[in-house]
Design a protein around this ligand. Structure first.
Ligand code: PMP
Length: 437
């Protein structure tokens, strides 16, 4: 089999011409602009189950899932019905509703890691608030983050490593004051010496260490369990808080996320994506003691006009009710693991420099021969050219992956054996083409 002809993008291209006149880059979030893959962005018209359709009527099996929230697939009947029911009574009050209690109860009663929570409207807001809480609680200013972890676009975290092992960060976005970046220390993942050195150098100054439960925004950079336990220990010894940013991993790798996966108790946890079932919800939570620092109980201010929005709560309730059913994660994770294992077997049998890294229902296609990728430095930027070819070949075969080789893919409960078989065949063909060219 050779390359397939490119799908039609006439309507999408027309919409893109127009959107470029309205939005920078034609989009409302940069990765959507297809800058690191072939062609113009696809404008999506509808989704159902594991399928999406673009404006030209092309149909795809979707492995992006709106970047993670859609663990039940698109247009899930239970979510849609619950949201529709709640909407009959109005869409926002800016006053408490019973729905907030209902979603909170689902989360807190089934999660060992949070006693009290606060809902926000995005992951970014959740993380920004968690950082403020850690600073307010500890009375310290510095934050330690890892190269290769993404935590949303809050100023304090749009920071990359400077030169040297342990350095103040440098801003990774224009518009972030240098003085803000200087409060953020950036070190590599999977490096015990670097973190020991950071704690020695900034003794009693580090409010919190923040890490993605399982780093999944710059490839899937799976850490050893031992390293995560080490982080817990060194934070405790230094009276610094450990924040798990579980915006992707929360309710994805299991109901209790990466914290349960590793058996490590973070001090503050952030969630997003899945808890909103496709509507805008974020959340942070901690022990009752730590959360008592949040206004109006405590002095750390945080608020939101649409926080705890009833329609968004309804989507979250419908979603988490499904996820809380016995066997949900076992089925989803087994299905995903079978899928990725056969892709890996295919690539290995043909000696392709290709590895699928995976946890639960998350997977990442890496063009590498390394058995482990545990820090951002382990990723070969040049290999992204291969992803670009793969992405194009897969679109042309009706398979939609997020438009960047650094992004992970997600399998949803709506993907059945039929679609996973079809996807596998397409992936095999695409791999043959990537490695033949
Ligand atoms: N933290 C992590 C780990 C994320 O993956 C993301 C989004 N991809 C965010 C924070 C920011 O969330 P949002 O895009 O909802 O602001």
């Amino acid at each position: 089999t050779g390359s397939k002809p490119d799908i039609s993008r006439v309507k999408s291209a027309e919409l893109y011409e127009k959107s470029k006149t309205y939005f920078p880059g034609g989009v409302n979030s940069p990765v959507r602009a297809f800058k690191s893959v072939y062609g113009t962005p696809l404008f999506i018209e509808k989704g159902d189950g594991c399928y999406i359709w673009d404006a030209d009527g092309n149909q795809f099996i979707d492995f992006c899932g709106s970047w993670g929230p859609l663990i039940l697939g698109h247009n899930n009947t239970k979510i849609r019905e619950k949201v529709t029911e709640v909407m009959q009574n109005g869409m926002s009050f800016g006053a408490p509703t019973a729905l907030e209690n209902e979603l909170a109860e689902l989360i807190i009663k089934n999660n060992r890691f949070v006693e009290k929570i606060r809902f926000t409207s995005s992951g970014t807001e959740a993380v920004m608030s968690a950082i403020r809480l850690a600073r307010g609680f500890t009375g310290r200013d510095k934050i330690l983050k890892f190269e290769g972890c993404y935590h949303g676009h809050t100023d304090a975290l749009l920071v990359k490593a400077g030169s040297g092992l342990v350095t103040f960060g440098e801003t990774s976005s224009a518009g972030v004051p240098k003085s803000f970046a200087e409060e953020t220390i950036v070190i590599p993942l999977n490096d015990k010496v670097a973190i020991e050195q950071a704690f020695a150098q900034f003794k009693d100054q580090i409010a919190a260490v923040i890490i993605e439960g399982i780093p999944a925004n710059n490839g899937l950079i799976i850490q050893d369990e031992d390293y995560i336990h080490f982080l817990r220990k060194i934070c405790t010894e230094n009276n610094s808080l450990l924040i798990f940013d579980e915006v992707i991993t929360g309710f994805r790798v299991g109901f209790e996320g990466a914290a349960a996966h590793y058996g490590v108790k973070p001090d503050i946890v952030t969630y997003g994506k899945i808890i909103g079932g496709g509507l805008p919800v974020g959340m942070y939570g901690a022990s009752a003691e730590i959360m008592s620092n949040i206004s109006p109980d405590g002095g750390v201010y945080q608020a939101g006009t649409l926080s705890g929005n009833p329609v968004a709560m309804a989507a979250g309730i419908a979603t988490l009710t499904e996820l809380n059913k016995s066997g949900f994660y076992k089925d989803l994770n087994n299905k995903t693991q079978d899928f990725v294992a056969s892709i890996q077997r295919f690539a290995t049998a043909r000696n392709y420099k290709f590895k699928v890294f995976t946890v639960g229902s998350i997977f990442w296609f890496a063009f590498t021969d390394k058995d482990k990728i545990q820090s951002a430095d382990d990723i070969d930027a040049g290999s992204m050219e291969k992803f670009k070819i793969m992405h194009r070949e897969l679109l042309n075969r009706g398979i939609y992956l997020g438009p960047s080789g650094y992004e992970v893919g997600f399998v949803s409960a709506a993907h059945t054996k039929v679609e996973l078989e079809k996807a596998k065949r397409a992936i095999f063909e695409a791999l043959d083409l990537v490695f033949r060219s």
